[in-house]
Design a protein around this ligand. Structure first.
Ligand SMILES: C[S@@+](CC[C@H](N)C(=O)[O-])C[C@H]1O[C@@H](n2cnc3c(N)ncnc32)[C@H](O)[C@@H]1O
Length: 235
């Protein structure tokens, strides 16, 4: 299934789904590391139902929220109907509907691993940032390669995951795209017990027919990470 179709379908439930996935503490840490300032402009790329946007407008920023899914943007408009600080733009990762050097910050929460051309998507974030602007990516990465059987099973169940790469490769890709001073702000592992309570993860584990020990080993290879980088002042 394409990620657009998947997110169009889950748009109505996304607010509930994301509550068990992302924490406000992690979001706060990301804002503080990026040094977000009132009156500045931020892009929320792959904005979904607006988890990042909500935190940014609370801090007095203006936000351009971009997503490929009309249904997600419709949810966001409903939720923030009285917020004049948000502009909604329908668009794809590889060609963001934002002019060159237009924003002070670009945020991307749990977005890049769904994108078919992540390297192009990162370059697009370089393009829209003003020189010296900050990029904050929150995403999942691997500490070691997963066996093919597990990768294939995840793909079969959650067909919209395109990019599951090793942490070092992920950071290299951000540096190659033109970001400086790239640093990890936060890393969190997924407790195995929390995945057992998640129907999709449980289905993957059951489908694989592997022992709880093997499943725990695979889960321990996947972490979520916040990475911050700055667009250099000159090309
Ligand atoms: C896991 S959701 C995260 C949503 C939001 N950032 C949040 O914090 O709740 C990923 C979002 O990225 C969007 N997305 C995925 N691939 C995309 C692409 N290639 N171009 C634009 N948006 C994309 C999806 O439509 C979805 O709304």
């Amino acid at each position: 299934m394409s990620s657009k179709k998947y997110f169009d379908e889950v748009a109505l439930q996304w607010d509930n789904m994301q509550q068990s996935l992302f924490s406000e503490d992690v979001r706060e840490k990301a804002f503080s590391a990026a040094g977000v300032k009132k009156g500045k402009i931020a892009a929320d790329i792959g904005a979904g139902s607006g988890f990042i946007t909500e935190g940014l407008i609370d801090k007095g920023l203006n936000v351009i929220a971009v997503d490929q899914s009309e249904a997600m943007l419709a949810e966001m408009r409903k939720k923030f109907s009285s917020a004049e600080e948000i502009e909604y733009r329908l668009g794809k990762a590889e060609k963001l509907p934002i002019p060159d050097e237009a924003v002070d910050y670009a945020f991307a929460n749990m977005y890049l691993h769904h994108v078919e051309s992540p390297l192009k998507a990162i370059k697009e974030m370089v393009r829209i940032l003003k020189p010296g602007g900050g990029l904050m990516i929150l995403d999942i990465v691997l500490l070691k390669e997963l066996p093919d059987s597990i990768k294939n099973s995840i793909e079969a169940y959650v067909g919209c995951v395109s990019w599951a790469v090793l942490k070092d490769k992920y950071i290299e890709a951000i540096e190659e795209a033109g970001f400086k001073e790239v640093r990890i702000i936060d890393e969190t592992s997924f407790p195995y017990e929390s995945l057992e309570n998640d129907p999709t993860s449980r289905a993957i584990i059951e489908n694989l027919n592997i022992s709880p020990e093997e499943a725990k080993e695979a889960v321990s290879s996947v972490i979520s990470i916040n990475i911050y980088g700055i667009k250099s002042l000159q090309d």
